[in-house]
Write a protein that binds this ligand. Sequence first.
Ligand code: ZN
Length: 415
Amino acid sequence: MKAWQAPRIPQSVVETPQAPARVRVHDTSRSQLVEVGPEQGTARFYVCGITPYDATHLGHANTYVAFDLLNRTWRDLGLEVVYAQNVTDVDDPLLERAAQTGQDWTELALDQTQLFRTDMEALRVLPPDHYVGAVESIPEVVALLERLRPTGLVYQVHDPEHPDWYFACSEGEAFGTVAGLPADQMVSRFSQMGGDPERPGKRHPLDCLVWRMAREGEPSWESSLGRGRPGWHIECTAIALEHLGAHFDVQGGGSDLAFPHHEMCAVEGTSATGEPFASAYVHSGMVALDGEKMSKSKGNLELVSRLRQQGRDPMAIRLALLDHHYRSDWEWTAGDIERAEQRLARWREAVEAGALGDVVELATRVRTALRTDLDAPAAVAAVDAWLGAAGATNATDDDRAAVRELLDCTLGILL
Ligand code: ZN
């Protein structure tokens, strides 16, 4: 699948020997900040993508901007980055929505994927190097399941009509170590998140669907497992292993994905390769609107595309998101975008016309904030304080260019 268009980002040449030399983020599986990515060379990460049946809302934007900070922070440290992301372009919610609206499911998926890409381009989110649809990854999914079959962990349920294939998560390597949930909570959470703990014929309630056998009226593909389509967890596992290899640096997504999704991806991946799936599992907070988590099923959404249609500057939308730490849960209000627009105007005015302080000092503060658990609010506050500080001197055009480059390459804010 075609990735969205990459913004050209500069590499800031300002040297900051006092900023940390590595980036640390919060790893859910160890409940602490850990260094992620190599000291030099290539960092590899995977962020779970959308199911394209409805427009990109601010909860999505919050997640992809958060992981864009990680991508930019690695690049700013001089690392190469390989970034993979999926598009769940065949799944129950997509097929249900298409059936409700009378649309062709492939057209719905293409339209919504295109809208997502346009939103991400506007927000200056760096595109994944591998942007891969579930449909196009079916050969990799089937190959992974074939690789797992000799372990005995992949089996068919005893259901003569629909003998779907499952993966025995609870018997696999290191199950339960990503989210660290107690067993009873795993089952209820699995059920809440669209799992099927009560499906008759499974070996264990927490086993997950990996290949759904063909149903009348549903899309399906021929495979060595019979005609069918892939389950969600195995889709991400197969795409990550195919494009990043075993034991990559970070698997990321919203905090609602820690269990079951990332837990089940990890156990599938680890059981297939004998190596850890990812080194760290990193999760962004949830964005609420009207007192509840923004979600398609509840219909309480603020859309990036709607804000853009209202004439909101995408850089102000991004700045509004950066004003919240990626791990916090927060509520979107109209005040967020207004504050961000005022801040953006202040920044632009100050860099255009005002006296500026020492650029190395600003760069040190911004980089230190971002390399310490991607603390964008601290970085934003550092810019505010630096621009408003006394003792600034007349700036040269080179100083202005250096500030613009710094803010673009680290925060993704184009002044
Ligand atoms: Zn995923």
